[in-house]
Design a binder for this molecule. Structure first.
Ligand SMILES: C[S@@+](CC[C@H](N)C(=O)[O-])C[C@H]1O[C@@H](n2cnc3c(N)ncnc32)[C@H](O)[C@@H]1O
Length: 258
């Protein structure tokens, strides 16, 4: 069953993590955040809203359609100068035309089937010359095999049917790119990224997150017994001790023509 973002039980699922240097280095090579107005759509617990502010953005507006998740974002990051969180949909944020230098959407578009409407809203929000930056996993990214630094790949080895779920929901690059072009975007570029998601002092800290279905919506497609089996299978495959977890992503950037 797909994750219910509106369920208060899931309010903290995208909280408690900091954006890694691997992400910061990749995005600052694509866009200059210093002094920028950034709209972070599908901001979740605000991990990346905060990161944009720390990278020097003048103002960062986190937008999310889940009130409980926004509550966790406000609690953790709402007091930062220049940061605010507003309730809205990726297709209708309620923010003014031309208010942003950067529209950022991480791990959002595999939850939003209407890509043309999402792209059109990003275009509307951007100033001429502004940049949309979309971060998501393609089916190819998802299919990377499991390793001790990419244990997510093992989810699909243990439960191959999860790959079907991913293949149905992950954005088809051609569909996303044609939605961006149809919205008016130009200079489309794609960049692969291995992002360190989190570092864990001990394997068991990672396994506790998996057992709690934290921050990985695909785990909501397993029942409780299957989840316990996955945790055991991951423990068998992972070495004891500390763990650095990385995932493969694709970054799409495009510009609203000046
Ligand atoms: C996988 S989480 C990603 C959170 C955050 N961007 C991150 O990378 O940590 C997806 C987020 O998008 C939000 N979301 C899903 N559909 C949305 C929509 N149509 N409009 C706005 N937010 C949406 C969910 O509530 C959730 O917080």
């Amino acid at each position: 069953m797909a994750i219910d973002f509106g369920d208060p039980a899931n309010r903290a699922t995208y909280s408690g993590r900091a954006a890694d240097a691997s992400w910061r280095n990749a995005v600052t090579a694509l866009v200059d955040p210093v002094g920028a107005v950034v709209v972070d759509i599908g901001c979740g617990g605000g991990t990346y809203t905060r990161a944009w502010q720390e990278l020097g953005a003048a103002r960062v507006v986190g937008v999310d359609s889940s009130e409980p998740i926004l509550g966790s974002a406000r609690q953790a990051h709402g007091a930062l100068p220049g940061v605010e969180f507003v309730h809205g949909d990726a297709t209708a944020t309620g923010l003014p035309d031309g208010c942003a230098d950067v529209v950022f959407e991480r791990a959002l578009v595999h939850h939003t089937p209407d890509l043309p409407a999402v792209a059109a809203e990003a275009f509307r929000l951007l100033k001429p010359g502004g940049t949309v930056l979309i971060q998501d996993r393609t089916a190819d990214d998802v299919a990377r095999p499991g390793t001790s630094t990419h244990p997510r790949g093992w989810f699909f080895e243990v439960f191959p049917r999860l790959l079907d779920v991913e293949n149905r929901r992950r954005p088809e690059p051609a569909a996303l790119e044609s939605a961006l072009a149809a919205a008016g975007f130009a200079e489309l570029r794609t960049t692969p990224l291995w992002e360190v998601r989190r570092r864990y002092a001990d394997r068991e800290d990672y396994l506790a997150e998996i057992a709690a279905r934290t921050g990985r919506s695909i785990l909501h497609d397993l029942d409780d017994a299957e989840l316990r089996h996955l945790v055991d299978a991951l423990r068998d495959r992972l070495p004891e001790g500390s763990l650095e977890e990385s995932d493969r992503w694709t970054l799409w950037t495009a510009h609203r023509p000046a």
